[in-house]
Design a protein around this ligand. Structure first.
Ligand code: HEM
Length: 397
């Protein structure tokens, strides 16, 4: 629609080519010139500032999730929410109460030894001095092993979990649509059936928790089971993988920051937060206005979608000051919104933080230096900051 703010600048915000290279110069201009900008081609508002993204996230009555969270879903309607992310209160509150116990901090803390033994075994396979693609060697297997184990998927099926989660994330792989749909159907059948088996043979895993869960006195329907399981499997894989791969590339590109961590390992937790801010593994999610409103002086009409660009908000100088564009492993405070904000705040945040911390600790203990030694290739997704390849060299202590 002519006359709307930022139409020229916002034209490229979901272009794959933007995310395959460096999107930050465009976001800096959007934040400065049109923080709420209209994308004419797909028909949505691009929201790029920290204050406005958090405002949208904080007000689910005005900005709902149930009309889709991805630009590809504009105009689509669902008989029931395909993921918990697609629900609003009160349904969302009920769903969240069901899955939250499996991810609370005490449960996640108890996973430390599992995560550490998996991470140690993977780090042991890295050969000092050689060019190593950390995507297949470390970033893909660690979250996959951990989430599959938490769910209760047997080891022989972990390879299939990988293909399933690849097929579901938009832009992650360029497989034909039919193959992706077939994999989605296979994943749904597999997980729903596995849950039913747990009703007869309970174990201590998330599959059993969901098998036994009830909403208003009734067991979960197949659609609800699929919703929880697919989301946990996919969310537990794709995001943490990219935190690890893109985070290690960032450290390799800022060797003084890696050396700071080597000198002072107590900085590892704040380094994980900074790598979350820096890499924003989830780049953006969408909401839809439920009524006429305004955002930063821009009129938004009922029914219009808004794309919240976490990746841009996480470099906003109004929030992070003049050093927003510098990687600082000691940054305090660090109010990044890589895990979102408000009622949908990432359920797996504690688990992702644990994986990030353990990987860094294991690498710092073994390697004195890391550097980029070959190709670094990003996917063109505007949803997940995917890494196809990240060739690094680790030098022994
Ligand atoms: C670095 C890793 C991760 C990042 C950056 C990340 C990011 C996010 C973001 C941005 C959201 C949406 C929040 C919002 O709309 O406000 C989200 C939601 C969610 N995440 Fe994560 N996530 C990560 C890892 C995980 C893991 C390991 C799991 C589970 C095993 C997980 C499960 C979920 C679930 C279930 C939701 C939906 C929560 C709801 O709708 O209430 N995530 N995550």
């Amino acid at each position: 629609m002519p006359g709307r703010p930022g139409t020229e600048l916002a034209a490229g915000v979901v272009d794959p080519s933007l995310y395959a290279s460096d999107p930050h110069p465009l976001f800096a201009r959007l934040r400065a010139e049109a923080p709420v900008a209209w994308n004419e081609e797909r028909g949505f508002w691009a929201v790029t500032t920290h204050a406005e993204v958090t405002r949208v996230e904080s007000d689910h009555e005005t900005f709902c999730a149930s009309k889709g969270i991805l630009v590809d879903e504009i105009g689509v309607s669902y008989p029931s929410p395909p993921t918990i992310l697609h629900s609003d209160p009160p349904a969302h509150t009920r769903y969240r109460r069901l899955v939250q116990p499996g991810f609370k901090p005490s449960v996640v803390r108890a996973l430390d030894p599992v995560v550490r033994s998996r991470a140690k075994a993977l780090v042991d396979r890295l050969s000092p001095g050689e060019v190593t693609d950390v995507v297949p060697m470390l970033a893909v297997p660690l979250p996959l092993l951990v989430i599959s184990e938490m769910l209760g998927v047997p080891e022989e099926d972990w390879e299939r979990c990988y293909e399933w989660s690849e097929a579901v994330v938009p832009g992650a792989v360029d497989w034909p649509e039919e193959r992706k749909q077939a994999l989605l159907a296979e994943m749904t059948d597999y997980l729903v059936n596995a849950t039913k088996v747990r009703r007869a043979e309970p174990r201590t895993d998330v599959l059993t928790e969901l098998a036994q869960a009830e909403i208003d006195g009734e067991q979960l329907s197949d659609a609800e089971l699929a919703m929880f399981l697919i989301q946990l499997l996919v969310a537990g894989n794709e995001t943490t993988r990219n935190l690890i791969a893109a985070g290690l590339v960032a450290l390799a590109q800022a060797p003084e920051q890696y050396q700071r961590l080597r000198r002072d390992a107590s900085l590892v937790p704040s380094a994980v937060e900074e790598l979350l801010r820096w890499t924003s593994p989830v780049l953006s999610f969408m909401r839809t206005a439920t009524r006429d409103t305004e955002l930063r002086g821009v009129a938004i009409a009922a029914g219009e979608p808004l794309l919240m660009l976490f990746v841009s908000a996480n470099r906003d100088t109004d929030m992070f000051g003049p050093t927003a564009h510098r990687l600082d492993v000691g940054r305090q405070p660090n109010p990044h919104i890589a895990f979102g904000f408000g009622n949908h705040f990432c359920l797996g945040a504690a688990l992702a933080r644990l994986e990030g911390r353990v990987v860094l600790e294991e690498l710092l203990a073994r390697f004195g230096r890391l550097e980029v030694a070959g190709d670094v290739e990003r996917t063109g997704s505007h949803v997940v900051a995917g890494m196809r390849r990240a060739e690094l060299r680790f030098t022994a202590v």
